[in-house]
Write a protein that binds this ligand. Sequence first.
Ligand code: R7I
Ligand code: MG
Ligand code: MG
Length: 455
Amino acid sequence: MAMLEPVEVVAGRFRGCLVGAVLGDCLGAPFEMQHKPSPSVLNSYFKRLHDPNLEVPYKEYTDDTAMTRCVALSLIEKKGFVAKDMAKRFVKEYFAEPRRKYGGTVVLVFNGLRATKFKDVFAPAASRFDGRGSYGNGGAMRAAPIALFCHNSSEQELVDTAKNMALITHANKMGYNGTILQCLAVHEALQTTTELNGVKFIDKLIEKMRIVEQPGEDDITDEGDEPFLYVKKLEKVLELLEHGNSVEGEQVEEELGVQVLAHRSVPTAIYSFLRALNPIPSIETDNEFQRTLQYAISLGGDTDTIASMAGSIAGAYYGIEEVPQTLQRHCEGVSDAIQQADKLYQLVKSRTSASCKQLLDASSKAFTSVKKMSLQGIRWTCTLSAHPPVSSSSPSFTANNSFTPNTACSPTSGRPLSRARLASMHSFVKFISNCFSLPLTPECNNSESLDINSF
Ligand code: R7I
Ligand code: MG
Ligand code: MG
């Protein structure tokens, strides 16, 4: 394996996310739908993989990775989400290597797309299961690149892109909402820069899923449909977490599920990640990333997919540094995942710098120029110079996402600003928050400085 070049922290998390997904898939695949492996079998399985003398017959990836790669490559090539391109990649990939253990009915969607020459890329999926669409976990299992691509996007863009990506194969609400939840979980892990608190993590997801699952006017509900299904599942996750290590695998299997269905696997992956934040007595490792995979696999059932989804969340949080090299070297497709993560990172950076350029243009219209901008996650601070100067000393102003004209943006020296100037500064600050899709919040906390003149 090539030596890793030092990369920025966020870039390392992008790598961790996609490599985590590959490792979960490759290492979980031998147990998919097999007898549930005992703790001792799993401990020796992982120990053996760490043995430097163990030769490298690759653990092969399955459909989870095959499709995740298509999502990543399509986003990279098209510099955004283009449904037809993504659909074509899924179909080409499947017919080139149909042996990757695809889901039972998704193949019919691929056949339909091929036969109709991609005329309407959403139609074949919409006709499955009597027009209700599939609620398999195939949308969620390939969602990680969307979360990376939308790292600096608005929440709405993330939700819409995840949904549209899922709709190519999974038209059922449970299928695409599971995809959205998985995306939100990766996104949240990626944004967490301090020690992660499991309860807060779930609370945030619940808040977001409550909006996502709000019934629309045109929704037709079937008898037995559960409203706010994922919100309820997340509440269950919270309940299980409260009981720590006293929760047995059987209970997780029963209450959250380990099936190939989105609503019976995505919450399980999230739970696996959170449970493994702390030591688990039956798992012999101090490495939290490995613990996540090992725990997810220990639950049995759809082990490749649940471990892959949990691995992508864990990788996004811990970063590539915490993903053991000894495990990476046994898995097929790791170096491709690293390359794709790096390209996605560059893409996100260039999208942000395009926003910066827009910002500079707009800043002159707002009678200000931007001296320096700092970004950390959703927090930003921006130092502005008035233009033309409001006094001979040309004072600077600091605006942040708690902007209020009279306090956060008062001149550090010189005479008070006119009402008109304050109004234009105010709209400018609003513009900044729009540009970056960043909310105006009362907190502001900068650590990573970004000199926008360098873009
Ligand atoms: O969702 P999908 O791509 O499958 C992914 C899974 C992962 O575990 C992979 O590792 C791979 O092994 O497969 O494929 P689909 O065929 O859309 O869904 C998977 C299965 O979910 C289907 O074959 C059905 O058994 C079941 N399923 C449904 N069953 C009843 N009613 C999905 N939707 C329905 C439904 O509406
Ligand atoms: Mg699979
Ligand atoms: Mg699977």
